[in-house]
Design a protein around this ligand. Structure first.
Ligand SMILES: Nc1ncnc2c1ncn2[C@@H]1O[C@H](COP(=O)(O)OP(=O)(O)O)[C@@H](O)[C@H]1O
Ligand SMILES: [Mg+2]
Length: 246
């Protein structure tokens, strides 16, 4: 069964069409990579999937729940992490930041404590769990933000350019996390403009360009259709032609 279906979705902001008639599905337990230049519509797509923004046209279902009719149910199924500034409360500790979100999702105190302990171990953040996050490094802040995203144990995880601005070792921690989440059977959509990262982590990839979806499939299929081996060359070929493959 499909965990996510996006059906003919368009999003307009006034006269700007950010997303135009896109359709794709993500299978349960799949890692789908979403790649595209700045302004391609990746973040807008993820915000609609998380029921933060409503589509102008079309429908999105997360485990069968409609973002139009069941936004609250969708939010319980989804964990979303935005890259860049992660927006933590600087004067609170890591634990307090995570707990704040857990309570918003209605987690009971015992369950919340268990989730925080589990995530602290998974992410290697036990040593700084009870320190205020203000002076944390970018990598440490990112771990807190990830824990906050996962606190309610969401089934579908959306990661919007999660490694942007991370150093090499923090990005490596991230890749391990995605592997662990996949083993736990989570469904993951993760955007990047780094083709190498997509190649390492994803079962399939989707390519967006100027609001449209140019391709969804495996890397082998993409190479076959495009007749090129190098991923960066493939990407340039697709976005320069703007043609649809597959
Ligand atoms: N809230 C908004 N109001 C107006 N235009 C927006 C808004 N959010 C995004 N856009 C526009 O929609 C397009 C897609 O943006 P975005 O989804 O952020 O792309 P990406 O994440 O791929 O860089 C861009 O042209 C962007 O300027
Ligand atoms: Mg974006």
């Amino acid at each position: 069964m499909e965990a996510v279906t996006v059906e003919a979705v368009t999003k307009r902001f006034g006269r700007i069409t950010a997303v135009e008639g896109i359709s794709f599905a993500i299978r349960r337990g799949e890692v789908l990579g979403l790649i595209g230049e700045n302004g391609a519509g990746k973040t807008t797509t993820m915000r609609m999937m998380a029921a933060i923004l409503q589509p102008t046209e079309g429908e999105i279902r997360i485990n069968g729940y409609s973002v139009r009719q069941d936004a609250m149910a969708v939010r319980r199924q989804i964990g979303i992490l935005f890259g860049g500034d992660v927006g933590l409360y600087e004067r609170l500790t890591a634990r307090e930041n995570i707990a704040f979100f857990g309570r918003l999702y209605g987690l009971e105190p015992k369950r919340l404590a268990e989730r925080i302990a589990f995530l602290a171990e998974l992410l290697g953040m036990e040593a700084f769990l009870d320190r205020r996050v203000g002076p944390f490094s970018r990598g440490m802040q990112q771990k807190v933000a990830i824990a906050r995203t996962l606190v309610h144990d969401p089934d579908v995880i959306l990661l919007d350019e999660p490694t942007t601005g991370l150093d090499v070792s923090a990005a490596a921690v991230f890749r391990q996390l995605i592997t662990a989440l996949r083993q736990a059977g989570k469904t993951i959509l993760f955007s990047s403009h780094n083709m190498g990262e997509i190649e390492k982590l994803c079962d399939r990839l989707a390519i967006m360009h100027k609001g449209r979806l140019l391709f969804v499939g495996t890397l082998a299929e993409l190479r076959h259709y495009a007749g090129l081996h190098d991923l960066d060359d493939l990407f340039v070929k697709m976005v320069s032609g703007g043609e649809r493959l597959g």
